[in-house]
Design a protein. Structure first.
Length: 303
């Protein structure tokens, strides 16, 4: 709690009032994070901090992305209260911004980007209306050329941040670019999620080691001639994946090239299917041994 309090004390000094928008799932593995976050905010008892939990995936399930308006309606009053910084041509400050929105999901990439883009869009509309660039009844969505530039710029920025952090472009950028969720965007999200899963488990360890070495978090011991990267791999690291791929391939071949009788085909499929799933079960059971874990600073913390 002490670190939590010091963090928000510094945030309040820098930015003023805080509106926490927690977008994590309120079930499964993310549920304890939401509950703990809410409990800590309540325990802090600071009137400068407000908290809203919005289960993004539940509320927007089945392509119901219009339900994001529910969240925007909740945030409209505090957004109007916080305002924005405004200075006139003579340098006179007409308005000070009094607070910020501190949104988060798990990685603060995809869900966060969508919500922040909507908040920024609404804030920009209020500013343009205040400056008489837009009439009071005009909507920013009606400015087609500007909307295209705005949404693409926001989505491109999301992709740049996501590639640096997760190794792929951001998810849900079809909504950020077009204002609509599409089937193609859903498929691309699935593909990017698979790539993230692979990189996170099988290549990010070396990447973390490179970062630690570059930042000086790890110092090379000139006396110790044995490199931390010199690890003797067991036979299973090579054999089990090969066995699984071969067995799964044979299972598919047996399905495509049926035998003389259906019982013969079923026997082949069951044999190779059992072999592939059995091998997969062994790999999953020894999952930590297959993962590309960091070998320098982070390995010491893990041990």
């Amino acid at each position: 709690m002490d670190g939590f309090q010091r963090h928000f004390d510094s945030q309040i000094i820098s930015y003023g009032k805080q509106m926490i928008v927690n977008l994590v799932n309120q079930k499964g593995s993310e549920k304890p994070l939401e509950q703990t976050f809410s409990k800590m905010v309540t325990g802090l008892g600071n009137g400068m901090i407000k908290y809203i939990a919005f289960d993004f995936h539940k509320e927007c399930s089945h392509m119901r992305w219009d339900r994001l308006q529910i969240l925007l309606d909740q945030l409209a009053a505090p957004q109007d209260e916080y305002g924005y910084f405004l200075v006139d041509a003579e340098g006179k400050v007409d308005m000070q911004q009094e607070g910020i929105f501190r949104s988060n999901c798990m990685d603060c990439l995809d869900r966060t980007n969508v919500v922040q883009s909507l908040l920024a869009h609404r804030s920009l509309q209020l500013q343009l209306q205040r400056l008489s660039v837009l009439h009071a009844t005009q909507r920013l969505e009606e400015q087609a050329e500007f909307e295209k530039i705005y949404k693409n710029a926001w989505a491109d920025n999301a992709n740049a941040c996501a590639k640096q952090y997760a190794g792929t472009g951001a998810l849900k950028t079809d909504y950020t670019r077009t204002g609509k969720r599409t089937q193609w965007g859903l498929l691309m999200d699935g593909w990017n999620s698979l790539i993230r899963y692979y990189k996170n488990n099988f290549s990010d360890g070396f990447r973390q080691d490179a970062i630690d070495l570059f930042l000086g978090n790890y110092s090379v011991d000139e006396v110790d001639s044995l490199s931390p990267f010199h690890v003797q791999k067991d036979w299973k690291f090579l054999a089990l994946p090969i066995i699984m791929v071969v067995a799964f391939s044979m299972c598919i071949i047996c399905l495509l090239m049926a035998g003389d009788t259906w019982t013969e085909t079923l026997a082949y499929v069951m044999f190779w299917g059992s072999a592939s799933f059995g091998t997969l079960a062994i790999i999953l059971y020894n999952g930590k041994d297959f993962v590309d874990a960091p070998r320098l600073v982070q390995k010491e913390k893990m041990d």
